[in-house]
Structures are given as C-alpha cells and as structure tokens.
Design a protein around this ligand. Structure first.
Ligand code: NCD
Ligand code: ZN
Length: 346
C-alpha cells in the first residue's frame, strides 16, 4: 500500500495563538485540516462569546487566500464564568465548547479554574444546553508528581464531575496514560478523548535523549513506553471515542530553549504525516480514516468533510525550522525523515 485516500481530517485540539504568531502558523493547519477546535488560551483568554467571535474573525482574516479552513471556537472557563455566557455559547453557530484549564496546569492557564466546585452551576448549564466541556486533565496541587497528574485528575476531579453531571459531554484532551485510555473505555459515550501525534510517537525518554530536549517538552508530559503503547492501541483500535487532536502549540525557539522553557510541541506543519507514521509503526491503517476524519465529527455532531485527501509513501525531510515572529519555530521531528507525505490534491 503506497497511497491512502481519506476524507480530509479535522484537528480537534489546536493552538493558533494571536497575531503575529497566528499569521505564521494558521496556513499549516489550513493546508492539512478542514476544521479545528481552536483553544482559547490567549493572553488575555477568550472568555466570552464576543471574544470568541472576534478571535474567529482574526483567524479568518489571517488565512491564506481561498482557504476554506473553518475554526471552531471555544471559551476559556474561569472562576467567574457566568451561566448566561454558557447559554449564549450554546446558541452561537461558532462556539463548540468550553475549555477547563485547572489554574497553573499549563501554558497560559493562570486565569484558569482554582476550585472546580465553583463551576458546578456552569457544568450544570453546559449539561443542560449540550455544550461540550474540553478538559485539560491534570491535577495541579504542588505535591503531585508531574507524571501522575493525569491519573490523579481522573480520581479526584473527573470522576466527580461525571458522577454529578452524567449528561455532560466531555472531551478528555490529549490523553497520555493507560489510565486515561482505560477510564474512557469504561465510561459511556459522553466521554471522548483526543490523542496527539507526539504522544503516539515518543515516550518520556525522548526528553532526555543524550541531553535535555526542550522540543519534546509539552503538557501533559510524555509518559513511559507502556502508556504510549496504550495510546497507540486506542488510536488504532477503532473505538469512536478516540480521535485526532494535535495540540500543536507553537512557541519560538528562544522561548523553548531557555532555562525555563515553555511547554508545547509544534506539529501542525506535518500533522497528518506524523499520525500516518504512528499508524505505520503500529502496522495497522484500518482505522486511520475513522480516527482522523470521522470519530471527532461524529462526537461533535458535525458532518464529515466532503473533500478527500491523499497521502503517499514518500520519504521526505522535515525542515530544521520554520519562520515565526520571534525568530524561528522548531517543528516536531525537525530535520528527521518521515515516510508519508500529504499530496497537494486528493
Ligand atoms: C499548550 C500551549 O502552549 O498553549 N502547551 C502544551 O504543552 N500542550 C497548552 C496545553 O494544551 O496544555
Ligand atoms: Zn492544548
């Protein structure tokens, strides 16, 4: 098999930032994907529907000419999010969810939620209005080992939210552990999860291979090999609750290669090829189109894209860096060779 044709995929978890970064990166996603759930962790965050609609306009204005890429917007939940904002979001044609960042969990999460119980009225409104909750599932209490944060979040928070709001539709974003995969598999159809290309391809050793590798640092941090294998099994296994979400998160080289480097891996540039590499290594493309192009749309109640793309088995080399406003951007697997290439037309 040297060519695969599939429905054009969507990216169910993406960071596009704002101008001038936005202009530097949005073309990469638009070349690969038809739609993307756009994360709201700008500074200041996207807190209201008005913010989300204004951000959407900035994204559309930054797109390459003739691009039909569709940004699907989300709100950023804070301690002060009001129930009427949730109702307005559920009525908006462009807002597809609200993102829960536990305060301090990751990049630009300072305005996130400090005490989940304060959001009960918001969760209740989301459940009632059918607005999806996107969750950064990591516990942030300082005593918790960084590699255990996802597991502890399941035990201390996610289980409670699901019990108290059984009709709430939740996407457990960028899962990184066997614990998370098993938890989703044991849950009902309201709980789904995104999986990134980098968590399918690297384990935590990649951060320390021959020295400290800041371009492999993201949050949630990559885990042990057994967890990576569980993610690969989930992605290739055909269960409709798992779908692609790159979590492509651009930071300049200077911000990454620093004494206190930012968390985030940039993969939008070659996202589909990276996912294809992971499926190839697993030796199983059977569920590739379902994972890339159908499961997410089905979960969000959106039609499958009509356009198709083609990827071909063609060795190519990723660039060492890409231009960006603060210098350059080092993409995931910079300088490495990949085996699959997205063709210009399907
Ligand atoms: C993301 C970012 O840079 O915005 N970073 C990351 O490591 N994934 C935030 C996030 O999704 O956690
Ligand atoms: Zn993210």
């Amino acid at each position: 098999m040297d060519e695969i044709s599939l429905i054009r995929p969507d990216d169910w978890h993406l960071h596009l930032r704002d101008s001038p970064f936005l202009e530097a990166v949005v073309g990469d996603s638009a070349r690969q994907f038809a739609r993307a759930i756009v994360m709201p962790n700008l500074v200041p965050p996207v807190r209201s529907c008005a913010d989300a609609l204004a951000y959407r306009e900035r994204i559309l204005a930054a797109l390459p000419p003739a691009s039909r890429f569709e940004p699907l917007m989300t709100l950023y939940l804070t301690d002060n999010t009001r129930v009427d904002e949730i109702r307005a979001a559920s009525e908006s044609a462009h807002v597809y969810g609200a993102k829960l960042y536990p305060a301090g969990a990751t990049t630009n999460s300072d305005a996130g939620v400090t005490d989940l119980e304060r959001l009960d009225a918001v969760f209740d409104a989301m459940q009632k209005h059918g607005l999806v909750l996107q969750v950064h599932g990591e516990a942030t209490e300082p005593g918790i080992d960084v590699f255990d944060r996802e597991k502890v979040f399941i035990e201390r928070s996610l289980e409670r939210i699901r019990n108290d709001f059984p009709a709430l539709r939740i996407v457990f974003e960028h899962v990184t552990t066997r614990d998370a995969v098993d938890y989703v598999l044991a849950a009902d159809a309201n709980l789904a999860a995104t999986i990134t290309p980098h968590h399918l391809l690297i384990n935590r050793n990649a951060m320390f291979a021959g020295g400290l590798r800041p371009h492999h640092f993201c949050l949630p941090v990559a885990k042990r090999e057994e967890h990576r294998q569980a993610l690969v099994a989930a992605a290739t296994g055909g269960d409709p609750r798992f779908f692609a979400g790159t979590d492509s998160a651009p930071h300049s080289r200077a911000a990454k290669e620093s004494a206190c480097g930012c968390a985030g891996i940039y993969s939008a540039h070659s996202a589909i090829e990276l996912y294809a590499e992971a499926f190839e290594l697993a030796g199983d493309f059977e569920q590739f189109e379902a994972f890339m192009s159908r499961h997410g749309a089905d979960y969000y109640g959106l039609p499958h894209n009509r356009e198709r793309i083609r990827i071909s088995r063609r060795d190519w080399q990723l660039p060492d860096s890409l231009p960006c406003p603060d210098g350059e951007l080092v993409p995931f697997r910079a300088g490495d060779r990949l085996r699959w290439k997205l063709d210009a037309d399907g």
